[in-house]
Design a protein around this ligand. Structure first.
Ligand SMILES: Nc1ncnc2c1ncn2[C@@H]1O[C@H](COP(=O)(O)OP(=O)(O)OP(=O)(O)O)[C@@H](O)[C@H]1O
Ligand SMILES: [Mg+2]
Length: 528
């Protein structure tokens, strides 16, 4: 350094040198500001910041330590000039040592000559100190977020008597404030991410509960066989073919298989072959590359890729066209495929469940379904029994749906009347469980008391013969159905006693007796 004795010179050498230092600091602020703002990996950005301080400001060793709010420990997040392995293993408690004190008090600490306070140091530095053999100064400033110290930045400098330690501390404090800002942004993002993740876990849990066995109603023999088969096959990777009429619960069973498999935490992806035109199915299944066809503006993953690790449910497989059948067969055989317009071969680990209500054997005869694909799919078949073949389940299901819709529509329903139960059990349910579900929802909606009566059920159920009476149903027969319903209900309450039933109905025993005969009601049924 030039030593001009000329102290009143307008621009002494010292002044020039100080100006230079200030300009250098400003440049550093700019550089560090950019590093911290542009990063998406804060750890690396902090390390780069420390390196800048090392290169331009003589901070030969430095570190950023952060307070882990979970275990109240302060640990190294980034360092410069320190032995990475040992430094990153060290932790302090709040209040412990210089760093612990800085975090506790939120105030900087400056030790101009560390050799004078040997007890305070050395855990972090290890052996490096002996290398320099010079007197070292140590400065540590807090990183403050929202009025609380979230960590500290510490740096070693070569001791210089003439150094303005106050200014250097202020300089480091500005850097710490910039780090605090970056940390705050990161914490905000992480809190958002955690909230989303929690929400996702919660939703998945809800899904699992919904499709767990617990939600599948029915203990008739045909359903027990289904449960047994689901249990047998769930934990394997076997392709499952679900067959059965519309509304028998094929999709529900597909879910149950997935959520009872080892893939339960991985995606369950569904695609309905009937819902999409054939031209779209392929791109939906296999995805496409950018520019594969007009309108393909960016690469898109297909359902096979999306289901990787999990289960792909191909619904209405009987509606798949022949070209796509060939492609599907190849995936099943080789477990690999290409995106539309792509050359890369993609391998996936997907468990396939397919469903159909079509007669596949018939479709093969008519050359609408490939026989080789059929054999690939027909490995483990579960037949969903139609509702009419499991009468004992009808009441269980009806009650299950009453509960469901009572909750959904905020109603109180105590029970289903005996005549209504009779109507439900004698109907042949061509739409199976789905039809029953719809019938009960309607009944709950139109029910004006807390009992579901026969007249709350749709016309198709109004006669014992079941359907095809819709058009013939007259006012007279509707009234009769209603009347029969009321009488049966009163008899039930009166335990088969006609006189009591008549009283309940504000009628006479003679009239009730006449109606009982007319409708062929068996009073003994109600004598409990
Ligand atoms: N055993 C059951 N217990 C409770 N709900 C059921 C049961 N079976 C079916 N359901 C309900 O009935 C409705 C129809 O079931 P699902 O969609 O699984 O039938 P599907 O066989 O796939 O019908 P489709 O062939 O028409 O697509 C769903 O709302 C489902 O929740
Ligand atoms: Mg379905």
């Amino acid at each position: 350094m030039l030593n001009t004795r000329n102290g009143h010179h307008p621009k002494s050498a010292e002044l020039i040198s100080r100006e230079r230092r200030e300009i250098k600091k400003l440049n550093t602020f700019l550089e560090i500001g950019r590093i911290l703002a542009e990063t998406n990996n804060l750890k690396t950005a902090l390390a780069a910041t420390l390196e800048t301080l090392g290169r331009h400001h003589g901070m030969i060793r430095s570190f950023v330590m952060l307070l882990d709010s979970e275990n109240e420990r302060i640990r190294v997040e980034a360092s410069y000039g320190l032995n990475q392995d040992s430094a990153h293993r060290i932790t302090f408690r709040v209040g412990e040592g210089i760093i612990g004190r800085v975090v506790q008090s939120g105030k900087p600490v400056v030790v101009p000559q560390t050799s004078r306070e040997p007890l305070l140091f050395n855990r972090l530095r290890g052996h490096e100190e002996h290398v320099t053999r010079k007197e070292i100064s140590f400065i540590c400033v807090p990183i403050v977020i929202g009025g609380k110290a979230a960590g500290a930045v510490g740096a070693d400098l070569i001791y210089k008597e003439e150094r303005d330690y106050d200014r250097t501390t202020k300089f480091l404090s500005v850097i710490a404030a910039m780090m605090a800002q970056a940390l705050k942004v990161k914490q905000g993002i992480e809190a958002d991410k955690k909230r989303l993740l929690d929400e996702n876990i919660h939703l998945k849990q809800e899904l699992r509960e919904r499709y767990d066995f617990g939600q599948i109603v029915g203990n008739s023999n045909p359903m027990r066989l289904v449960y047994e088969q689901v249990t047998q096959v769930a934990r394997t990777n076997t392709t499952v073919l679900l067959r059965g009429e519309s509304g028998t619960g094929k999709e529900m069973i597909a879910h149950a298989i997935h959520y009872n498999s080892l893939r339960a935490s991985k995606p369950f992806v569904k695609i309905s072959c009937a819902a999409l035109p054939n031209t779209l199915i392929e791109s939906e299944l296999f995805g496409y590359e950018k520019g594969a066809f007009t309108g393909a503006q960016s690469r898109k993953k297909g359902r096979f890729e999306l289901a990787d690790g999990g289960t792909l449910f191909l619904d209405e497989i009987g509606d798949l066209d022949l070209t796509t059948q060939v492609k599907l067969l190849r995936v099943l055989q080789e477990r690999e495929f290409e995106r539309l317009g792509g050359v890369d071969t993609i391998k996936v680990n997907v468990r396939l469940i397919v469903a159909t209500n079509k007669d596949l054997e018939e479709a093969i005869k008519r050359r609408q379904f490939r026989e080789d694909l059929y054999y690939r799919l027909n490995v483990f078949t579960i037949f969903m029994p139609p509702l009419r073949e499991r009468k004992p389940d009808i009441l269980l299901l009806a009650e299950h749906f009453v509960e469901k819709f009572e909750r959904e529509h905020n109603k109180r329903i105590k029970r289903i009347s005996t005549p209504a139960i009779d109507m439900l059990t004698s109907y042949h349910w061509p739409g199976n469980v789905r039809e029953l579900e719809n019938v009960i929802e309607r009944a709950v909606l139109v029910c004006e008391s807390n009992v579901v009566h026969g007249h709350h059920l749709p016309p198709s159920l109004q006669t014992a013969e079941g359907s095809d009476t819709v058009t013939r149903l007259s006012l007279a027969s509707a009234m009769e159905a209603y009347e029969r319903d009321l009488i049966q209900d009163a008899l039930k309450t009166a335990r088969g006693n006609r006189a009591k039933a008549a009283k309940l109905l504000d009628s006479t025993e003679r009239i009730v007796g006449y109606k009982v005969k007319k409708y062929g009601i068996r009073c003994d049924r109600f004598r409990a």
